[in-house]
Design a protein around this ligand. Structure first.
Ligand code: GLU
Length: 416
């Protein structure tokens, strides 16, 4: 394989490039290119058939110079420690780019939630927290949902942690259901934050988004809400969507409610009446105004980057573009809104959730959305300005903004 697809190696390469531009001192560089702490756990779970299965999980607390580590938990059969390390690094840059007082972390369990019963999923969730509960907490490290984890999973985990402590601790985890201390607006926050950045990018690029086409790769939380919101807030026309089984395309547009209903009944978006089945690869190369990669890592590589036709690539997924592809997209004039900026809406509303949990006082939805808009808009412009000032592409610009902030915090603490 000529290009490196290990996500952590990619995250380190991106960091090194930014550190070079910033002229960071060797100690700060050495500190920020590695996780500060990581946990590897093995825990038993009683399955429905009476047997015991042993699961492996990880939690990486990458850097807490700016505050407690924060970041999601993924339940995925292909989870690896290096993926979690990369995602934890990106969380560190994500909380910094939006300027919320948190560090970065990430966790995961190697499992296939599609093959687990609801009871087994609950016991995996509780088992993970029993294994790690002593090392997380509302002032230490706060998990949240990510790929294949849901508000229900967060509820079980919060309950398990509260049982360990002997009192209710809603702030140990975010993305909870609203009756258990979840925040209004957390559900669609990742997509909504991304849509706000697309709106700002279009202003700068002079693109009219009303009626402008969109393709969405991935149809989980971020992808589905992006479909709804890019139509609702920007007037876009979604012509293609996909999930892990494939995609669909209709140049006349795809109706959000009908697509969600179809996925709910059939388990996938494919074979949607009136639309043509396409592959995930074909979707990425469609001639659309905005491409929303909203699935997993490394889908835009140096192989397909020359064929990407979108004007804006709004990265709702973490790590969808390799460093080689970044250079190609930049040269071809594709405006990339990099992952840890574009998808920072989720963690931003998670932070609002923590604040509300700490005060035990809850904000109305309009307040959450207005605060989110302000934070995302400011972060977008900070990155755009850095790109102009340093003459680098947007991802490196986002790193420059974030790394500077984390390095400053580490310096002020006297660490480096
Ligand atoms: N998993 C989401 C992310 O990658 C949200 C993290 C959070 O809310 O803490 O940003």
């Amino acid at each position: 394989m000529s290009q490196e697809l290990n996500p952590f190696k990619i995250a380190q390469r991106q960091f090194d490039e930014a550190a070079e531009v910033l002229g960071l001192d060797p100690a700060t560089r050495a500190l920020l290119r590695e996780p500060m702490r990581e946990f590897h756990v093995t825990f038993p779970v009683r399955m429905d058939d009476g047997t015991v299965k042993v699961f492996k999980g990880f939690r990486v607390q990458y850097n807490d110079a700016r505050g407690p580590t924060k970041g999601g938990l993924r339940f995925h059969p292909a989870e690896t420690i290096d993926t979690v390390r990369a995602l934890a690094a990106w969380m560190t840059w994500k909380t910094a780019v939006v300027g919320i007082p948190l560090g970065g972390g990430k966790g995961g369990v190697i499992c296939n939630p599609k093959e687990l019963s609801l009871g087994e999923l609950e016991r995996v969730s509780r088992g993970y927290i029993r294994a790690l509960g002593h090392y997380i907490g509302d002032e230490i490290d706060v998990p949240a949902p990510d790929v294949y984890t849901t508000p229900q999973v967060m509820a079980w985990m919060m309950d398990e942690y509260s049982v360990m402590k002997g009192y209710n601790v809603p702030g140990v985890i975010t993305g909870k259901p609203i009756p258990l201390g979840g925040s209004a607006g957390r559900g669609d926050a990742t997509a909504r934050g991304g849509i706000y950045t697309v709106r700002e990018a279009a202003k700068i690029l002079g693109i009219d988004l009303n009626g402008a086409t969109a393709a969405i790769q991935g149809y989980g939380n971020a992808g589905q809400f992006a479909h709804h919101l890019c139509v609702e807030l920007l007037g876009q026309k979604v012509v293609a969507i996909s999930d892990s089984r494939g995609g669909i395309y209709n140049p006349e547009g795809l109706d959000f409610e009908a697509c969600v209903a179809h996925k709910k009944t059939t388990g996938s978006v494919i074979n949607f009446p009136g639309a043509k089945n396409i592959t995930n690869e074909e979707l990425l190369e469609l001639d659309v105004v905005v491409l929303y990669p909203a699935a997993l890592e490394n889908v835009i590589t140096k192989e397909n980057a020359p064929r990407i036709k979108a004007k804006i690539s709004a990265e709702l997924a973490n790590g969808p573009t390799t460093p080689e592809a970044d250079v190609i997209l930049h040269e071809n004039g594709v405006y990339v809104i990099p992952d840890f900026l574009c998808n920072a809406g989720g963690v931003t509303v998670s932070y609002f959730e923590q604040v509300q949990n700490a005060y035990d006082y809850y904000w109305p939805l309009v307040e959450v959305q207005a605060k989110l808009d302000e934070i995302m808009t400011n972060a977008f412009h900070a990155v755009h300005e850095a790109a102009q000032e340093y003459k680098v592409h947007n991802r490196i610009a986002a790193y420059l903004v974030s790394v500077q902030r984390v390095a400053e915090a580490a310096k002020l603490r006297g660490w480096v």
